[in-house]
Design a protein around this ligand. Sequence first.
Ligand code: ATP
Length: 819
Amino acid sequence: MASKAEEDQSRPPLQSQSNTASSTTPTRSPPTKKYRADELGVIGKKREIRGPRMVGTTTARARSREAFSVVNSGQDLCPSSAPASNAGSECGGMEFSREDVDALLSERPKSKNKFNYKERCENMQEYIKRLRLCIKWFQELEDSFLQEQERLRNALNYVQQRLDELEVSSQNKEEELSSIIVELRKNLASAQEKLTKEQADKLAAVDSLAKESEGRLNSERLQASLSEDLAKAQQELSSANQRISSINDMYKRLQEYNTSLQQYNCKLQSDLSTASESLKKSEKDKATFLEELSALRGHHNSLKEQFASVKASQDEAMKQKEVLSNEVVCLRGDLQQVRDERDRHRGQVEDLSAEVVKYKEFTGKSCSELDNLTLKSNELETKCLCQSEQIKILQDRLMVAETRLEASDLSALETRAESEERKKLLSELQIRLADAEFKLIEGEKLRKKLHNTILELKGNIRVFCRVRPLLPDESSSEAKVISYPTSMEALGRGIDLVQNGQKYSFTFDKVFMPDSLQEDVFVEISQLVQSALDGYKVCIFAYGQTGSGKTYTMMGRPGHVDEKGLIPRCLEQIFQTKQSLQSQGWKYELQVSMLEIYNESIRDLLPSNRSSTDSTRTENGNAKQYAIKHDASGNTHVSDLTVVDVRSTREVSYLLNHAAHSRSVGKTQMNEHSSRSHFVFTLRISGVNESTEQQVQGILNLIDLAGSERLSKSGSTGDRLKETQAINKSLSSLSDVIFALAKKEEHVPFRNSKLTYLLQPCLGGDSKTLMFVNLSPDPSSAGESLCSLRFAARVNACEIGVPRRQISTRSFDSRLSYG
Ligand SMILES: Nc1ncnc2c1ncn2[C@@H]1O[C@H](COP(=O)(O)OP(=O)(O)OP(=O)(O)O)[C@@H](O)[C@H]1O
């Protein structure tokens, strides 16, 4: 409605003036030419203008003619002769035809007197007035035509629009119709097909009806023979039934066998758990034995010390006794001497007293002599008294000495009894010690056996997964992509990874979460290290994308003692065990070699023994070509490789530092210091037990593989690209080898890369292999982590053989082979 109103408004005024004609299609056509005033040169000429072409409608034309006849009435052209009506137009409603215009233009001024200029002037003015009127009429007409043109253009646009819409809708309808037609045609075709089929079926049915009737006859004929066959078949059926029942019996037996197998499996599982429990118990026992042993040893030593001190004090007492007996003998001598002297003096006193009596009787002697004699006798008496006192003293001393002697005799007897007791205890303790040592050896043997049984039951290739913590420069705001299931069966063994909204679950022998310490990880592999000492080939390698923590796991963080990696910890354990096994008669020799495989070539990472030559060059200056060779007994040798005898962890730490400095590192988009090579640390262990004459040869290979990321992610170009291609080639060879072994294929492609060829004896089935799959928790690494987890899961599903211990009682070459 609004558009209609607008349309009405935009309609040119002409239309409303001349609404006698059609409102949409004006029949009047605009003048084809505008006339200038000078073109209207015929001024004041009275002429009726007629012509075939008319301007305006019939009524308008009639009106214009009327008006023109007024203009050209031949009357005086005066200002008063202006158009009668001016309503709606300045021309006073006058209209002009072409003829009128031509007449007006060809009009010549009429004047009676050629020289009456006033009259001529007036005529001229009148003529000009009329000309102006005509021009104005033309201008108005032109305006109205322009408006009409505008209105028509709008109408045209509107119509065009409608037309377009109609066209679109008709196209849609046409399409609809054509699709309906196609559908109908299809239906028709299928209906025709059905019809033909039905007809064919009908023909076939007619045929088959004929055949059936024929067949019925035949079947009736056959029926007789079939009844015979039926009898036979029934017989066969009964025999088949018998067979079925026997098969059922067999099936039952098989089921029973299956259940017994399952039971056996359960029993194996329970054996495994009891074995591991008894292993733990035997380890505990071992620890208590060791404690007891050391306590007994301490007791033994203290008893020995006590015995020595008692012996020393006994010797001392004997010495004292000897001294005292000597003293007693002396004292007895002295006493005897004093007694003899006393007796002598007594005799003298008696003699003198007798003499005194004689003198008194025979008074022949003087008084002074008598006095002298009395004095002498008194002197002698006093001397005698004093000697008696001395004798008494000596007798007292003698008695004391004798009591001391008795006491020391008694204590000597006591010490002797005590020492006898101690001797007895010592021999008892020695017997217990020997018993404990025997039990210890037996326990150690049992532990080894149980440990190996457990490993065999678990399969000799195992996979541990380790997720490192987020690094400070990694964003922790993004949603976590790695989680750890908490169900009983997956606790500590399961890991879930979410990528592109999809969750992938994996289970391994062990999963270490980001907060796991280096020590926690080591505890889990320490049994494997023990196996190397027991004479097995052990191979532990770390696999994962660049920056996922392989080097951290194997080597640790340099300068942080708490964060030592597996390699230094393994060596500490080996040196400690070597020390403790010495008491059981074991003596070990250890040799270390370290190499890297960079761009498919081997580099020695240890300083050469021949100091004059560079370790990477031969004596004539050429780069060394390290050749890998396997001998008939399955051992591997690398020609020219430096092998160093080591006796302490310090020596090994020095060598490890040297190797770490020599290792090829580079920078990738993933890690500032990326290890661009595979690092292989090899420890050869040779042990001899002097008491049992046993010999063992173990190998411990610890490998830090180069990063496994895809080319696109590493962002490598040039030399880095070459490196990455070489790394990827060797890693894919490693997976090919593992999978070929798992499938027990005849050909295992060990020779496809230096890494697999070098590790052939360790991968080839009779070794114990452990793979660490290292992961980064960064959400941007989810894709790489998924690839690593998939590879690890496939490895985990493999069984590559039964580990074999290298033990002998023969003498062997002191220089051990590589593997
Ligand atoms: N368990 C962890 N705890 C703490 N920091 C770790 C741990 N694992 C790795 N890191 C740190 O992550 C960074 C990358 O680790 P690392 O260099 O060991 O990775 P990588 O896998 O050996 O890389 P590349 O293949 O490039 O050699 C190092 O800064 C390291 O200290």
